[in-house]
Design a protein around this ligand. Structure first.
Ligand code: APR
Length: 310
């Protein structure tokens, strides 16, 4: 049987690391695409030459031509600009909207059955652009944010309690930004809710650090933003989709009344399988959690209303 095919658009830090994780985990053959000539080809060649040492046979190629991406099972969108000093949020929104619209139109034209995973920021707004540019049903347009935000929360929980990260579980819902909604009540260590293990004050500190997780990395790196954990999060979603595992992971999806919101991409727990998003899992929220979720959804809506028409 032919191996699945995944296209990763954007051969920068997040894209190249995502491609690396996918082939090294043996999940799929990968085509890495970028607008810069030579960049995806060079990184793909370098990654190909590490395969004999690592012992995998997945193929990875680089291209500037979408014809090479035809028939992909999954298309991961990481292309975009990072916010530069002096660039307003609206400037960034306009630039990345144009980039995401263009790459999604070109990629989905030759891979009409693919599942799209959007990574470019501002994430929730870029999901709307991808949905519109592809014309895909909502089941096949997913945003990667919740897995990353939850992984950050799990890291801090594991450090705090001195336990293995594998014994932790966490859910972070809502938009991917300052208003994200970590849910301590649904976060646990070996099944015991976090609220029974730590004081409310300490939990709040871990929640705040999770909320600032991306900014904390940016502040240390000085230039550029996180990519190891984002790439790992995308690879986990790819594994769940290609393996049809029905894993329940927090992803940005278009809500159609679930959680009280409609026609808005927000992070919620979803069941992932070969068809992409196979169900939205509705968990009960307390009044306080619901208010935080609504605030987060409102922030996404405000951004979406600022999207340039296209
Ligand atoms: N088509 C294809 N590739 C493009 C296009 C385009 N129209 N425009 C830009 N790119 C490429 C750039 O050439 C660059 O190689 O996208 C890549 C982006 O890579 P980086 O600048 O290294 O950014 P990265 O850290 O990978 O982040 C990518 O993911 O997490 C988000 O906020 C992050 O939106 C950002 C995205």
């Amino acid at each position: 049987m032919a191996r699945p095919k995944v296209t990763v658009i954007g051969a920068g830090n997040v894209g190249a690391t995502t491609a690396q994780r996918i082939v090294e985990a043996g999940l799929a053959d990968v085509v890495l695409v970028d607008i810069v000539e030579g960049l995806p080809q060079g990184k793909a060649l370098d990654l190909s030459e590490s395969a004999p040492v690592l012992g995998h046979d997945c193929r990875i190629s680089g291209s500037n031509d979408y014809a090479d991406t035809a028939g992909s099972d999954i298309v991961v969108v990481t292309s975009g600009l990072a916010r530069q000093p002096g660039m307003s949020r609206d400037d960034l929104l306009a630039k990345n909207t144009a980039i995401v619209r263009s790459v999604v139109q070109q990629a989905t034209a030759v891979s009409p059955a693919a599942v799209l995973i959007v990574v470019t920021n501002p994430l929730d707004a870029m999901c709307h652009v991808a949905l519109q540019a592809s014309g895909f049903p909502r089941e096949r347009v997913l945003g990667m944010a919740g897995v990353l935000d939850s992984a950050r929360f799990r890291t801090f929980i594991a450090w705090e309690l001195g336990v293995s990260v594998t014994s932790t579980h966490a859910f972070v819902l809502g938009g991917h930004g300052d208003t994200m909604v970590p849910l301590p009540r649904y976060s646990s260590v070996a099944g015991v809710p976090l609220t029974e293990l730590l004081s409310a004050e300490r939990i709040e500190e871990l929640v705040t650090r999770t909320r600032n997780g991306g900014a904390e990395v940016v502040a240390l790196l000085k230039s550029g933003s996180a990519y190891y954990a984002p790439a790992a999060a995308v690879a986990q979603m790819v594994a769940a989709i290609l393996g049809d595992t029905k894993a329940i992971l927090p992803c940005a999806v278009l809500l159609r009344g679930e959680y009280g919101h409609r026609d808005l991409f927000v992070g919620v727990p979803v069941k992932l399988g070969r068809g992409g998003m196979e169900a939205v899992v509705e968990i009960e929220l307390s009044a306080e959690e619901r208010a935080a979720f609504d605030r987060s959804a409102d922030a996404v809506r405000e951004l979406v209303e600022h999207l340039p028409a296209g």
